[in-house]
Design a binder for this molecule. Sequence first.
Ligand code: XMP
Ligand code: MG
Length: 193
Amino acid sequence: MNFRKINKKKSAYDNDIAEVLVTEKELKEITKRLGEEISCDHEGQELVIVCVLRGSIIATADIVRNIRPHCTMDFMVASSYFGGTETSGSVLIKKDLETDIKGKHVVIIEDILDSGFTLSLLRKELLKREPASLKICALLDKPEKRVADIQADYVGKVIENKFVVGYGLDYDEKYRNIPYVGVLKESVYSKSE
Ligand code: XMP
Ligand code: MG
């Protein structure tokens, strides 16, 4: 098999990306820095890293490889839903942690902090379980559309209010495998609308 030829082939997503927002190189630097920041704040402690599926899987995989204290990993699937008014939201946990986090130092890793509903509800839910500490790490932060009163303790990169895909983030479950973060062309949405 000629790998040079394979490398020249275009990926299925190449034509759908309008602009690269965070390059592979930058993501490597960001995840290294986030791992270092988390490590410094938790010297000598044992951590529970909570990966919020599915979007955070790639960021989590890269960040944990830069964490120096001992850590265990667990996974959650959560979605926020709102009955009646937007502010009376609650979080629907589709897959819960298997770890009892009582008395543990916990860091939630989320792919993107947007309106903030999901993370603020998730934080509220996990705080009920009485962890020793609870910190939030967001690879990307879109503060423009923030509604909930929440900030991440560790932020990878603040981005403008554009719909992004790649590096775990999806549109219609696709594009998660792109190695960088890019803005999806509008023609992709209009095709499926
Ligand atoms: P909130 O608004 O609760 O939601 O902070 C965060 C979740 O919304 C999704 N989200 C995005 N997904 N590109 C995506 O692929 C985006 O630009 C984007 N903005 C928000 C994502 O699931 C995130 O966890
Ligand atoms: Mg998500």
